[in-house]
Design a protein around this ligand. Structure first.
Ligand code: SF4
Length: 556
């Protein structure tokens, strides 16, 4: 099967000499209208022979001709329009928590919108005639649906939390769930004054109010620390009794912990997406990492995803800065920081709960508070913006070089306004801006938010190579432990009581640091026997108890 995609925003027939139409062999030899220009290029997929000439000739990169032998035309469920994104297949929903795993731009949100009844589908299509889906869509109108969106910027408004929640549920239920999600102390705060992690938990609460039959949670763990991720997972799991819950998530550790089954989305970003059979989560995640879907006998990627980066030893490289033990007092909050030294070609992971001083430490490094004064380039955690500027203007103004532009694939964003970038696009752009600034120390706060698994690994590789090539040091704050285990050479762990006091450890070896963090959170990790990736033990399970008895918090 073949799909022809025309990216309408890039296609500019006034500028290109209509090379797609001019050089198409079907147009030239057989005098048939395979490519026509009707405002934009239009390609007849039935006449197209898949030579790819138009794709290569188009100076704007507006055309993609894709041969997809692995996808059956009969599985088409939705197409946005002629030569636009196509979705093949749909997950079949059942009681319990189902995960959706796959790259950004590959149809997960489209599938959710269809399953939530927000996008109409042609029920006479072959794929939708299956009895399960037929039954599902026939009953959909009677179902209550709840949805937690990925992007929280529309929630960050000048309104008390309780006023938003009252629109969706009764005060008694709000208070009960607020305790479970640890947001009861925030109910009278304004939404636009909440941190990203607080706003995320309020959004999960809002979506959980009332008596829905089907819940969709799109990336419910972004900005949450690891303890909060486990708490929200347990909350969603509890909610799933006799309900259907669908979760989109890229943190594989937590996706594995929360879901029993998942569907893998594969295809080509922005062009087409296909949905795998339902798989047990453990096997599904392992197949996804390998890039080969066993039942379907389909390779979804040339290579497996390899997180195995070598770690730079803690004491390797020239020292570029140090500090003695010091204390910071910020209002009622007190932070004790152990002495440390930083070396070139090093990535130091900062681990710990939200609200115990990680940002204050960073501000201290940058000389905003305290007595230190490193030259720091900083990528903040939250990226909500209404900046009208074009990406291209910032690239020129801030001298983002070609290497960073191509590493973060910024070319396709250049014509967009910053405020119109998706979460993942804004994240890539923001990390590139941070690295483009010539500094001694880079501080990158939560770079994984809104990035898919492949983008996370790529981002980790770019950061590591950048530090090595430029002999710099980078501190990375992130709560995706799988990502951290591959990105960080060593770690600093923050302990304490959120909002009251924090203690920052010395810089230590990764295994030691992660064990100390897990011990403080009462969580154990085991190693998956096939893939070697870490997995969270269910609290109180045999493995959990045995590992705790041996003092083995993380088997990595
Ligand atoms: Fe024509 Fe198809 Fe070849 Fe493009 S790929 S030039 S549309 S035959």
């Amino acid at each position: 099967m073949r799909i022809a995609i025309v990216h309408k925003e890039k296609c500019r027939p006034g500028n290109c000499g209509l090379v797609c139409q001019k050089y198409c062999p079907v147009n030239r030899k057989e005098l048939q209208e395979c490519v026509v220009i009707e405002g934009k290029a239009k390609i007849d997929e039935k006449l197209c022979v898949g030579c790819g000439i138009c794709q290569r000739r188009c100076p704007e990169g507006a055309i993609e001709i894709i041969n997809v032998p692995e996808v059956d035309e009969k599985n088409l469920v939705y197409r946005y329009g002629e030569n636009e994104f196509a979705l093949y297949g749909l997950p079949v929903l059942r009681e319990g928590v189902l995960g959706l795993l796959g790259r950004n731009g590959i149809g997960k949100s489209t599938a959710i919108e269809i399953l939530a009844g927000k996008k109409e589908v042609d029920l006479t299509l072959d794929f939708l005639k299956s009895s399960e889906l037929k039954r599902y869509f026939a009953n959909l109108k009677e179902k209550q649906i709840s949805y937690k969106p990925q992007n929280l910027s529309s929630l960050s408004i000048d309104l008390p939390v309780i006023d938003l929640l009252r629109k969706r549920g009764e005060v008694e239920e709000i208070k009960k769930l607020a305790v479970e999600l640890d947001v009861e102390h925030l109910l009278n705060n304004k939404l636009n004054k909440l941190s990203g992690g607080e706003l995320q938990r309020v959004a999960v609460l809002a979506a959980s109010l009332g008596k829905a039959d089907i819940y969709f949670f799109d990336e419910p763990f972004a900005f949450l620390d690891i303890a909060e991720r486990v708490r929200v997972s347990d909350f969603i799991h509890e909610l799933s009794k006799n309900k259907i819950i669908v979760v989109v998530e890229h943190d594989l550790l937590i996706l594995d912990y929360l879901t029993e089954y998942l569907n893998i989305f594969y295809g080509q970003q922005g062009c087409f997406g296909a949905v795998s059979d339902v798989k047990k989560s453990r096997e599904g995640i392992n197949e996804y990492l390998k890039g080969f879907l066993k039942n379907e006998n389909i390779r979804i990627r040339d290579k497996g995803l390899n997180f195995n980066f070598t770690k730079t030893r803690e004491n390797a490289g020239k020292i570029i800065g140090r500090w003695d033990d010091f204390n910071l007092k910020l209002g009622d909050f007190s932070l004790d920081i152990k002495s440390g030294e930083i070396r070139e070609n090093h990535v130091i992971g900062i681990l710990g709960r939200n609200g115990i001083g990680k940002t204050s430490f960073v501000r201290a490094l940058a000389g905003e508070i305290g007595n230190l004064e490193f030259d720091v380039s900083y990528k903040p955690q939250y990226l909500f913006t209404d900046n009208e500027d074009l990406v291209r203007n910032v690239i020129v103004r801030e001298k983002i070089d070609n290497k960073l532009r191509s590493s973060f694939n910024l070319g396709i964003l250049e014509q967009k306004k910053i405020k119109d970038l998706s979460g993942g696009e804004l994240q890539r752009f923001s990390i590139a801006r941070c690295l483009a600034k010539n500094s001694d120390v880079y501080l990158i706060d939560e770079p994984s938010a809104y990035l898919d698994v492949e983008e996370r690994i790529k981002m980790a590789r770019i950061i590591k190579e950048f530090m090595k090539d430029n002999e710099k040091t980078c501190f990375v704050v992130d709560h995706d432990l799988l990502l951290m285990s591959y990105l960080a050479d060593s770690v600093m762990v923050f302990f304490g009581e959120p909002g009251k006091r924090g203690v920052a450890s010395e810089i230590m070896n990764f295994e030691k640091g992660i064990s100390e963090l897990l011990k403080s959170l009462d969580i154990t990790l085991r190693k998956d026997k096939d893939s070697g990736r870490p997995r969270i033990n269910k609290k109180g399970s045999v493995l959990d108890r045995e590992q705790k008895a041996r003092g083995e918090w993380a088997v990595l």
